[in-house]
Structure formats: structure tokens, C-alpha cells
Design a protein. Structure first.
Length: 365
């Protein structure tokens, strides 16, 4: 705060004279307005009489006071204007900063980890890199997924999956044909995406064939339960729940359901029927049939000899649907062997021999 010194009488007189000169310079007629001739002529020189110059002094002080107030008001206005400019600039800067923060914040929110994600980052299980596997061999190859599920990948087929599954899902992408044996985990559904379908299971085994060489896209359940859903923008079918062994679905190139084979509920061996009694329209329906009879029916249907290595294999029972017009014998045998932990060997004469996995373990499928 600044303190002004009181002006002395001489200083004030000097200011008064400066003001008078300034005013007279601007408007000389001011003297006639304040001191008309008749007022001077009426003055008798009496000491008690009002002197015209006194009126001039009053006028000068009033004008000085008025001008001082105007200058102070102008100065105050300038101060207020400067302050307002500073406040307006600060407010504008604040608004711009806020706008930029609001614009940038969503990107940070999307990229910034949540409390749970920050915790997950300390765990290697949360690695988001993906693994791609292609079977370039002519035989089926077996791969183990991060959750201990296994995939039997057919020739020229590819799967993609995260290096580490999340705590709430297990997702795999398939291009081709594969047999999945899913490790049971009720808290993490196991989903396979293939040709606009999504097949979900918790703990089961099933086969998906999405090869371009196949006439239809097929999903077949072997054990457990699965749900097959359409993932197209406009679903071509409602979710389908498969619960029976051998139950299968077939889709055309436009992902329209063309066949749904219901399969059968597992029954005692005494109630089984022979394959020849379940062959409508060329479709081979196998309902809890011993493998000895299954291989006999396949040998007749495909006109190819099929032998069994150890006779105890013949006691194993199989349920499923086979379409000889669409499925090759090798693919049919591969599915049967995968389900029952068996393997087949194609002999030099074109016949097939079925073995357990621990028999002749050096042989390749």
C-alpha cells in the first residue's frame, strides 16, 4: 500500500494556477460565465461584501475536486479492467485445461489398468500375447493348451489362443478341423470360434470341422455338454444346446443349420442295436455300439478292411453319427480313436489296424 503526502499551501496554489491556465486555454469564455461585468461593477470595495474572486476560488476548488474524482475513478476502472482481464485469462486457461483433460481422460481410462488389472499385471498369467499353431503334417498332431486341455489338430488346420487364459474365459480360434478334450473348469467357459460359430463348454469333448474342403461345417459332441451359438451380426440360428453323446450339427456356407442329429442317451449294452438297423438315408447312426460292430459296419460301408489289434478294444462302445457321403474313412477313424484313446495305422495293402495308444508307441497315425 502506498501513502500519499499531504500537499503544502504553495503546492496547492501552484496546482490551482496550472488548472486555471489549462481551463482558460480550453475555454476563455469561462471568466465571463463566472464573473459577469455587472457583478464587478456592483462591487463597492466593502470588506463585508462578497468578492467575485472568492466565487472563482470556490469554482476552481470544485472543478479540481471533480476532475480528481474523475481521474481516480478512471484509474480504478483501469485497475478493475486489468484485474478482470487477468481473471478472464485465468478462467479461459482453466477451461482449456479442463477441456483437454476431459478429452485425454477417456484414453487414459481405457489404457490405465483398474485395481484388479494392476494386480493381474504382477501375474504372468495375464500375458496377452497369442499363440498360433498350424499342423503342416499329414497326420493328426496333439497340442496341450495353457489350461491342460488338449487339441487333436487335423492336417492343414490352425488354432490361435492366448499364451495365458484369463480368470474368466478360455477362447480358441479354429480354422480347419480339431478334436477338443476340455479340462473341466466351471469358472472359465471354454469357447471355440470357427466359421461364424461359437461352441462353449465347461468340461467335455467335441469335434469341430470348418475346413473349406468340407461340404458342411460340423460340430459333434462326444462327452459332456456344449452350447453352439451364431456370432454373425444377424444370427442365422438360435443357441443350440447339445447334451447327448453323438449329437451333431451341420451348417451350410451361409451358416444356416441344415442338419441336427440328436444322438442318443447312453444305455446298457443289452439295449444296443446293430448299425445296420440305424441307417436311414445313408446316415449311419451308432447308438452305444461295440467297436467290433462299428468297425465291421465301416468296413462294409467304405469297402475297406478294418482290423483290431487287441481284442479288448472290441468291448468299447461308441455312440455317434456318420455320414459316409460327406466323411472320409480316415476322418471317421480319427474321431473314434481320439475319443477312446486309440490310434489307427494304415497298412501297405490299404487296410487299417486299430491299436491302443500304448501299443507300438513308435508308430505314427
Amino acid at each position: 500500500m502506498r501513502f500519499r503526502k499531504n500537499k503544502t499551501g504553495k503546492q496547492q496554489n501552484r496546482l490551482d494556477k496550472q488548472y486555471i491556465r489549462k481551463q482558460l486555454w480550453k475555454d476563455p469564455s469561462i471568466i465571463d460565465d463566472i464573473f459577469p461585468d455587472q457583478e464587478w461593477e456592483s462591487h463597492l470595495g466593502d470588506a463585508d461584501q462578497f468578492i467575485p474572486s472568492t466565487k472563482m476560488a470556490y469554482y476552481i476548488h470544485d472543478e479540481i475536486s471533480t476532475e480528481s474524482k474523475q481521474k481516480q475513478e478512471k484509474k480504478n476502472n483501469n485497475i478493475y479492467l486489468k484485474r478482470f482481464s487477468y481473471y478472464a485469462a485465468a478462467a479461459a486457461l482453466l477451461l482449456v485445461s479442463l477441456g483437454m483433460w476431459l478429452w485425454i481422460k477417456p484414453a487414459f481410462d481405457n489404457n490405465s489398468p483398474t485395481l484388479v488389472e494392476r494386480k493381474e499385471k504382477t501375474d504372468l498369467k495375464k500375458d496377452t500375447s497369442w499363440v498360433s499353431v498350424t499342423n503342416n503334417q499329414n497326420s493328426i498332431q496333439t497340442y496341450t493348451l495353457p489350461d491342460r486341455s488338449t487339441v487333436k489338430l487335423f492336417a492343414q488346420s490352425t488354432i490361435r489362443y492366448p499364451q495365458y487364459f484369463t480368470d474368466h474365459s478360455r477362447e480358441i480360434y479354429l480354422n480347419g478341423k480339431a478334436y477338443f478334450s476340455v479340462y473341466k473348469d466351471g469358472s472359465r467357459p471354454f469357447s471355440v470360434y470357427a466359421s461364424a460359430t461359437k461352441t462353449t463348454a465347461l468340461g467335455t469333448s467335441f469335434t469341430i470341422d470348418s475346413r473349406s474342403s468340407s461340404k458342411y461345417i460340423a460340430v459333434q459332441l462326444h462327452t459332456g455338454k456344449i452350447v453352439v451359438a451364431s456370432i454373425m451380426a444377424i444370427p442365422t440360428f438360435k443357441n443350440i444346446f447339445l447334451k447327448n453323446a453323438g449329437e451333431s450339427l451341420s451348417f451350410d456356407a451361409n451358416m444356416h443349420l441344415v442338419a441336427h442329429h440328436s444322438g442318443t442317451v447312453k444305455k446298457e449294452a443289452s439295449t444296443s442295436k446293430s448299425p445296420s438297423q440305424n441307417k436311414p438315408n445313408g446316415l449311419l447312426e451308432l447308438n452305444n455300439i461295440p467297436l467290433s460292430e462299428v468297425f465291421t459296419a465301416l468296413s462294409t460301408t467304405y469297402n475297406t478292411p478294418i482290423k483290431i489289434g487287441k481284442q479288448d478294444i472290441s468291448k468299447i462302445q461308441y455312440t455317434g453319427s456318420i455320414n459316409p457321403q460327406l466323411e472320409q474313412l480316415q476322418d471317421v477313424l480319427a474321431v473314434i480313436c481320439l475319443i477312446n484313446n486309440l490310434r489307427y495305422v494304415q497298412e501297405t495293402d490299404g487296410s487299417y489296424t486299430i491299436y491302443r495308444q500304448n501299443e507300438y508307441s513308435n508308430d505314427q497315425l
